[in-house]
Design a protein. Structure first.
Length: 662
């Protein structure tokens, strides 16, 4: 009798349109042939290729992308001449048109990343699903992930390096989900992922490392005794990185230098930009804890269709995604959420009810996140529309393909974008004439101006000076500034003293660089929000210590007055850090920020460079520039002190003679 009931139920289900669709998906041969999947991947690459804009913008984020293109145009050597968390292939992820070669190669790379992500999801689903069902699931998952990865602040397009990481995770999951994966397939998968990690390392440093880690973890989880396969995976990563480095026109001896400085930027990244007590902090922490608890339960339960080795890989990838999300901003939250969406999509739940519960939970998080983003954009007056950009994706992709393919169309778009940028920047004609064909560095973070005006760009290596998070990077920039470029064109801050992004005090963010700009350059002029510096003979004397003050409270300390009009006063901060300071100011989980107050105004203190003397009083000749500062008092503290007590530190004050400009 029960068999009859089951048959009746199955028959009634297939009688409905949804039931017939499910039966067709499970029985059709569509998707079982490679060219079917290739066609579906190409379609996905066009549909899910959202471009919020293909015209270069101005400002901080567009300018760092302009730097990648300019580095390729001017053939700069990565390592000694330019450093970033991206590498010599970083221009591939630029969606904006900067040069014909960059636009063509970037378009190919971006389409391949989306197609690879789609195929990886489809392959993982195909382990336990019918071919057509896996393609439908891959379309839906790719769509959600693409929407969550559209843009990063004002930067248009998708975050392609992060999508490459998700693609690598999907492909690494395939043999881990199989009951008995074939050894040749496992070897090919691990080597291919290792090679992809080496290539991606030169696109974006940290995603290359994480993809390589995923490749090695997959090899180890499949059989930790397969030492040869582990070595082959790492060897493929190293060989790929070296080959791509040489193909990018770089000297092999510069590779280790670039790796070292990129690691410096990454090491100071969290402390330099994290925002404690962000509105995303609570939800992010709760989601991470809930997700980790679910993974632990899944591992302990040990279901046959969900191998423990797959759960471990998800845990490793979660650690990577969670580390990034600790920046506690909207885009980091979307990165974590998109990874969870992907992991849930490819996990073969035995019980449909459990899968539906996970899907509805994630769907609710996505809806709440999008609604919150829309509310925030409405409050701050931002016109950005994530869903609108996704809807326009196919038409934008077709427009991009036509622009790249049609003769003269791309060059015309580039010249029109340059004209628009010149109108927005409005650099004085006298400055442009003075610079002429001489070399120039644009600070603090407006490299796009060098592209718009076709300047001979010779920047300091860490050309976005807001991210000189360590003394080594600041020293590198200062040495390059003293010897490399003829002019420095500076976008003057709207505040005095000049502040950068994340609330950092400009002269403290880059103390050696600021001192070199004061000592080795003279002010040619200040006009219309721009200041022009020209390289000159060194005109500063040595630092002479004035006094030392031990600080044990939040009360401000008076800064010694300069002994003459041509003297500058500097201060260094030797902090006495507690264990709590070391753990919770960004390294583990950010609960507070170190701060410095000048004349009652509080700024974020970059602790790594605090011991280097930075300017607090400058001569009047640099008034109107970002070097202008005339502070009378200084104090230290914590933003969100959490009852931790007063900061303890020793302040050392110095004086430095600055010879008058000729």
């Amino acid at each position: 009798m029960p068999d009859t009931d089951d048959a009746t139920t199955a028959k009634s289900e297939t009688a409905t349109p949804l039931g017939r669709l499910r039966r067709w998906c499970s029985t059709t041969s569509i998707g079982s042939v490679r060219w079917h999947r290739a066609l579906a991947a190409a379609t996905a690459a066009v549909i899910f290729w959202p471009e919020a804009s293909v015209d270069p913008g101005i400002g901080t984020s567009p300018s760092y992308q302009a730097g990648f293109a300019l580095a390729s145009i001017h053939q700069l050597a990565w390592g000694p001449e330019i450093v970033f968390t991206f590498g010599p292939l970083g221009f591939l992820q630029n969606t904006a048109y900067y040069s014909p070669g960059q636009s063509l190669l970037g378009s190919i790379y971006q389409a391949v990343v989306i197609a690879t992500l789609f195929l990886g999801i489809a392959a993982a689903l195909r382990v336990h699903r019918a071919p057509m069902t896996s393609l439908i699931g891959a379309f839906a998952t790719t769509a959600v992930v693409a929407i969550l990865h559209i843009g990063h602040g004002p930067v248009p397009g998708l975050e392609y390096p992060e999508l490459a990481f998700l693609a690598a995770f999907a492909w690494a999951s395939v043999p881990l989900l199989q009951a008995q994966p074939k050894h040749p397939t496992v070897l090919i998968t691990c080597i291919a992922l290792g090679a992809a990690g080496g290539f991606q390392l030169l696109v974006k440093f940290n995603t290359g490392l994480t993809i390589s880690a995923i490749a090695l973890a997959s090899s180890v989880l499949l059989d930790w005794r397969a030492v040869g396969r582990h070595a082959a995976t790492l060897g493929a990563c190293a060989a790929s990185a070296v080959i791509c480095w040489l193909l990018a026109g770089q000297r092999i001896g510069d590779l280790t230098l670039w790796l070292r400085y990129s690691a410096d930027i990454v090491s100071g990244y969290s402390e330099g930009i994290v925002t404690p007590n962000s509105p995303f902090a609570g939800p992010t922490l709760l989601v991470i804890l809930a997700w980790c608890a679910a993974l632990c339960a899944m591992y302990l339960r040990g279901q046959p269709e969900i191998p423990r080795r797959f759960v471990v890989l998800v845990g490793i990838a979660t650690a990577v995604a969670a580390k990034t999300s600790l920046r506690l901003d909207l885009w980091s939250w979307y990165g974590l959420l998109s990874f969870i969406v992907l992991a849930i999509a490819i996990t073969p739940y035995r019980r449909p009810r459990r899968r539906m519960c996970a899907v509805f939970t994630v769907a609710a998080l996505i809806v709440l996140s999008l609604a919150g983003e829309r509310a925030i954009n409405h409050i701050i007056g931002s016109p950005y529309d994530r869903i609108g950009a996704a809807i326009q994706g196919p038409s934008q992709a077709v427009d991009r393909l036509a622009t790249v393919a049609l003769p003269g169309a791309l060059e015309r778009r580039i010249q029109e974008a340059k004209a628009r940028q010149r109108a927005l920047y409005a650099i004085p004609d006298t400055f442009i004439d003075t610079i002429g064909s001489s070399t120039v560095h644009v600070d603090p973070h407006e490299a796009s101006a060098a592209w718009a005006y076709d300047f001979s760009w010779r920047p300091v290596p860490d050309y976005q000076t807001y991210q000189t998070y360590t003394p080594a990077l600041d020293r590198l920039n200062a040495e390059a500034l003293a010897n490399r470029t003829d002019f420095v064109l500076s976008r003057v801050s709207s505040t005095s003293p000049a502040t950068g992004i994340y609330g950092l005090l400009g002269v403290q963010n880059s103390p050696r660089y600021s001192r070199t700009l004061l000592c080795d350059y003279t002010v040619e002029g200040v006009q219309d929000g721009w200041a022009l510096f020209k390289r000159s003979e060194a005109r500063c004397g040595p630092l002479a210590e004035l006094s030392q003050v031990d600080v044990h409270s939040a009360n401000p300390v008076f800064i010694p007055a300069p002994s003459g009009p041509d003297m500058a006063v500097l201060v260094s901060i030797d902090q006495q850090l507690t264990v709590v300071d070391r753990l919770f100011r960004g390294a583990v989980f950010p609960l507070f920020l170190p701060t410095v107050s000048l004349d009652g105004v509080t700024y974020r203190l970059l602790a790594a460079t605090a011991a280097e003397p930075f300017l607090v009083v400058t001569p009047s000749e640099v008034n109107g520039t970002n070097l202008q500062i005339h502070a009378g008092t200084i104090g230290l503290g914590r933003a969100s002190s959490l009852g931790l007590g007063d900061v303890t530190a020793r302040l050392r004050f110095y004086e430095m003679r600055v010879d008058p400009q000729p």
